[in-house]
Design a protein around this ligand. Sequence first.
Ligand SMILES: [Zn+2]
Length: 583
Amino acid sequence: MLEKGIFTISIDTELAWGTFDHGGHIKYREAYEKYRFIIARLLELFKGYEISATWAIVGHLFLDSCHKENGRLHPDIVRPKHNWFPGDWFSCDPGTNLSKDKFWYGSDIVNMIKDAIPQQEIASHSFCHPVFSDKGCSKETAESDIAKCVSLAKEKGIELNSFTFPRNSPGHLDILSKYGFKIFRGKGDVYESNLGPEIIKKTLRLLNDMAASRPPVVMPNIILDKGLIEIPSSMLFRFAYGASKLIPHGFRFKRAKKGIDAAIKQKKIFHLWFHPTSFAWDSENIFREFERILNYASEHQGKKELNIFTLREIRRLCQSNVIRDSFNPVSISMHDDRANIFAKEYSEDLRDYYKSAFQFGRKKIEDALLGFLSNLDKGRVILDVGCGAGYYTNLIKKQGFRCMGVDRSENMIRKLKSSYPDVPVKMADAMNLPFSDSSFDAVISIETLRYFKNRELLLKEIFRVIKPGGYVFITAAPLFSLNLYGIYNTLCRLFKLRSIVSCYQSFETVASFKKILEKSGFSNISIRAHFWGPYFVLDKINPHLSSKLIKRFEKFDDKLSEIKLLGNLSNHLIAVMKRPVKL
Ligand SMILES: [Zn+2]
């Protein structure tokens, strides 16, 4: 549940691009003539109420001109082939410039929105308005279209995070995610579903508007494997054109008010969307109704019952609040609570590696890590996922590498910053790392995987941020280790004895560990086991004896590492692997 209700507005800004495939650039001329005035007036309203909206702008409108190259407009775009528009998708594009054809170019509009106060979010509504869910929009079309949007926005210094789909019909989510989008508007109620013929849905939707029924309020839908968040739409703010003229003006506010009330009460999102053309007919009345909505929402924002957010702001909220692995919430708070203890265990001046099983285990990991690092060229960039209080991150740095740590525990990060002020660190969810693809030469992740139920998502995220050919060093907790903790914790989980373990964890056998690493795409996997014996138990009974035995048997213990069959009984599994270079 959200802390409080959210009202969000997304505006599909497309001019002729939104309708040309159905002849709309001619049919709606009257509306497009008023387009810029409408946008200016909306921005004035937003200024008055201090509201930021999400403007999803068609990429072609970022241009102030375009022309043919070798007889073709936009040769870099793989043409959509929708069966309702058999010709070349760009056959209506005039190939001229803004002063000649202002329905097709809109760099002035982009600038107007970009310079608005308060700051508005600029999002994407595709480059040339293909219908992503239709089979006529191939993967290649989607990719060339989205890539173009991203590069045009970049030229204007705009980073695109949010997307609304043409005809509000999502498709090719993997491409969206590949190009750095984080959040998109999804389909709302059944009237926007793929069910049934268009005419029936339209009629139902109209009846819905006519009845001023309460629109749905929605929750973010987190699409884990794509790293995307979907915010379904709640209500389309309708124009007064065609059959929609039948809707009494006031019903627009009436419905929206019900939506806002529900968002406040249920702590959910009311997502209103429209096109600027909604205001083109019967303008005064429609603007008045819209202003009533803004006024109502802003009143409730003033009473601290409601947040008015852009899509990007909702995404930020999700990122900081939603923890997406069911093991994580408890393990994060456990690490927050014990940050001091962990930091002390790792602190260098007090360190005696034979003092306890915990310390000795860390020695084995550290020895293996130093071996791993010795094979890498100095100066490489290494990410430490689940860096905790930063001991290993700093170790990497001391070895002559560039490093970056991420952790989800605020207290751990605070500890890191005070112990190692020069070590760069970010607070982030390991399943949603704030780095672009192929950013690191190597990744290490020590005693982190065990705190994830869905380990594959973590591993795939590591795979994403590491460069092809880069190496990973990662540890796992063995299920059948002689210290019996794996079995103990697993039994507690199976019998739901939550209160007697600090948090549920994931444990591996050598085989399951290997399998999951392979499944996540890694190759050249080598797994080694370290440290045998029930010392964690002995530590509790007779710490002095435990410490003595650990030291006494270290050499013997190292020898056991060579025996593959014993891996499952060890206390630590360490894998080294590679992200394959694609040929
Ligand atoms: Zn063009």
